[in-house]
Design a protein around this ligand. Structure first.
Ligand SMILES: NC(=O)c1ccc[n+]([C@@H]2O[C@H](COP(=O)([O-])OP(=O)(O)OC[C@H]3O[C@@H](n4cnc5c(N)ncnc54)[C@H](OP(=O)(O)O)[C@@H]3O)[C@@H](O)[C@H]2O)c1
Length: 272
């Protein structure tokens, strides 16, 4: 059973939402933290609160991980501080919403940079150091969106499919090395994820980020390769999308997303 007490965990996207929940739950279990996001004020506020609540060491590192140099700058700063990261939680994520052709290409590209490229780059740099030490852990936050194409969230779901495939393959490559890798697949979770869009989440179908964080960390501690930390229906729903023909699944997903108005949704121009 993996123990969190005394480790140093780096959590990306920790200025709000699930990242804050992961950070709090890790601190409650005794981990020191390095928190990463773009919004310095919010990040430092979260860091101060967690440090006061749990008495662990918490450092805030401001970084734009969608910037092609973001990961290199962050890891250079960790090196300058002489920090060892025992657990990497690749949580930061974003996505364009609405019909692809009328959405901003920049927003789609940034989401690929953040959800896929930055996640892969951090895994490569920090994973190599973990492999040299013969121990460490990486939790990649994917989504139930990873398991099927999602019309009106097309590039977002594609990035999560990347995270799922990449993580499962890497978990197998590293099996037995002392470095473990797991993908987490939350379903709809009550965070600010849709705040920069015209879409909303139905509170009746969202899970609490605190519960998602607890279940994710419990699953990692038990050695899972995939974790389904939301409500019970989420995991069987992923079996359904693997059992049915892909065209059927995509049509069904499109129908559900049209029924919830995602075909009329759009991103709003909100800067971090
Ligand atoms: N909420 C859901 O329903 C849901 C469901 C399944 C999976 N997920 C996944 O869960 C993860 C967390 O999402 P959330 O719901 O907590 O979203 P959120 O409330 O929007 O938080 C996203 C976090 O990512 C950070 N971030 C965004 N762009 C960044 C960038 N370029 N560089 C560094 N940090 C950046 C944000 O901080 P700054 O803006 O300060 O940079 C924030 O801390 C994501 O990977 C998401 O895809 C969410």
């Amino acid at each position: 059973m993996y123990r969190y007490a005394g480790i140093t965990a780096l959590v990306t996207g920790a200025s709000k939402g699930l990242g804050v929940a992961y950070a709090r739950e890790l601190a409650r279990r005794g981990a020191d933290l390095v928190l990463v996001a773009r919004s310095g004020d919010a990040l430092r506020r979260v860091a101060d609160e967690i440090q006061q609540e749990h008495g662990v060491d918490v450092t805030a590192e401001v970084a734009d991980l969608a910037d092609p140099d973001g990961v290199a700058r962050l890891t250079a700063e960790l090196d300058r501080q002489g920090r060892t990261i025992d657990l990497l939680v690749n949580n930061a994520g974003a996505g364009a919403i609405g019909p692809f052709l009328s959405s901003s290409l920049r927003r789609n590209v940034d989401s690929v940079e953040l959800n896929a490229i930055a996640l892969m780059s951090l895994t490569h740099v920090l994973g190599n150091r973990m492999a040299e030490r013969g121990r460490g852990g990486i939790i990649n936050v994917a989504s139930t969106a990873a398991f099927q194409p999602m019309p009106y969230q097309a590039s977002y779901a594609a990035t999560k499919a990347f995270v799922l495939s990449f993580t499962e393959a890497l978990a197998e490559e590293l099996r037995g090395t002392g470095v473990r890798v797991m993908a987490a697949h939350p379903g709809a979770t009550a965070t600010a994820f849709f705040d920069a869009t015209s879409a909303t989440m139905n509170p009746a179908f969202t899970d609490a980020p605190e519960d998602v964080a607890v279940k994710t960390l419990d699953a990692f501690a038990k050695g899972a390769v995939n974790s389904y930390p939301g409500r019970a229906i989420n995991r069987p729903a992923t079996w359904l999308s693997r059992a049915l023909p892909r065209t059927t699944v995509t049509r069904l997903t499109g129908r559900v997303n049209r029924a919830t108005g995602l075909h009329r949704a759009q991103d709003l121009d909100v800067s971090p």
